[in-house]
Ligand binder design. Structure first.
Ligand code: BTN
Length: 331
């Protein structure tokens, strides 16, 4: 979508309550033409928003959803944070290229640890390995947090794994008790991806260093979107019987992420290593590790090292992996 087009967020908001709205009434309320409204509806559908056409009446969202709201998130954050915990300064953005890119710009302008951003629409969401990350407006969460570390860059090894622990802690708390981690930093349910983490770091070898931790979570994925994604995906709504509203959820994830970042700053990944391994869906499993250079290594996962490396027992002894993709090997 081009930056010169009107934001889609006001139109999205009109559908959030679940009412059926005609193009004419939407156009009247928004001061736009019915043609512009129809184009907006088409763009929202392209982004994955599940809007049904109701014959002779207009359009309706498949299910109602909560729009992101700065005040509600801040109020929920104030309740979620414990005394003495670091401050979180969150911006709720209607639309941004990527919350990670936004916070890297904020970092360059001097923003401190705890600066965070949550976006309704990302126009250039970034995934791992240069992939694009698609989030569905109204049905996903996309947020990032900036943290500054006095340590050098190599201290941050394992940070993306640590962030996964924060996400799973919250998922378990809201009832999605079968959510697990997949090395290096996916959150899965029965090997279907629920959420992903992208950590982008900067710094010199002598320190200090900064990290922007970005998290994308599938809350309620329409079937059409699932079919478009080229990997097995799941959503939190299918696992958590009473899913809290998106603002409350955003506050819970941000508060837990800040907690884990503080823990990490004090003790590195070692402080979270055992908890991580206990949550790993592939712990003790026979796997294939697909590494750079198209090498496939077979073995059994024994754990994870203090620097975040995956430990795999192979016929040739224990091997450590710092990158790659794992998959289950048939028994
Ligand atoms: C992955 O490929 O699994 C990582 C996905 C990370 C997506 C999140 S959404 C919020 C933040 N902003 C981005 O551009 N990416 C991350």
């Amino acid at each position: 979508m081009s930056a010169s087009l009107p934001s889609l967020v006001p139109l999205l908001r009109e559908f959030s309550g679940g009412a059926t709205r005609s193009a004419a009434s939407l156009a009247r309320d928004a001061g736009r033409s019915p043609l512009e409204v129809r184009r907006g509806v088409a763009s929202l559908r392209e982004l994955g928003v599940d809007l049904h056409a109701v014959r002779g009446k207009g359009y309706r969202a498949a299910s109602p959803f909560e729009m992101l709201d700065q005040r509600t998130i801040c109020a929920a954050l104030a309740k979620a944070r414990k005394p003495g915990e670091a401050a979180i300064d969150v911006s709720v953005l209607d639309e941004v290229d990527s919350t990670n890119a936004y916070l890297l710009r904020e970092a360059a302008a001097g923003a401190p640890s705890g600066r965070a951003a949550v976006a309704e629409i990302q126009t250039a969401g970034r995934g791992r390995r240069g992939r694009t990350w698609y989030s569905v407006p109204g049905a996903s969460l996309a947020f990032s947090m900036l943290w500054r570390f006095p340590q050098r860059l190599d201290f941050l090894a394992g940070l993306s794994l640590a962030a996964g622990v924060a996400v799973v802690r919250v998922l378990h708390r809201i009832g999605a008790r079968e959510a697990r981690l997949k090395w290096p930093n996916d959150i899965v349910h029965r090997h279907h991806k629920l959420a992903g983490i992208l950590v982008e770091t900067q710094g010199g070898q002598g320190g200090p260093s900064i990290a922007v931790v970005g998290v994308g979570i599938n809350l309620r994925l329409p079937r059409a979107v699932r079919d478009l994604i080229d990997q097995a995906v799941a959503d939190v709504a299918s696992l958590a019987p009473a899913l809290p509203g998106r603002n409350h959820l955003a506050a819970m994830f941000l508060a837990e992420l800040a907690r884990v970042l503080e823990q990490f700053a004090a003790g590195g990944f070692n402080a979270l290593r055992e908890e991580w391994a206990a949550l790993h869906a592939y712990q003790g499993q026979a796997v294939r590790v697909h590494c750079a250079g198209n090498e496939n290594v077979m073995g059994r996962v024994t754990g994870v090292a203090g620097d975040g490396a995956l430990l795999v027992a192979t016929e040739a002894g224990e091997r450590r992996f710092y990158s790659g993709e794992i998959s289950l090997r048939a028994a």
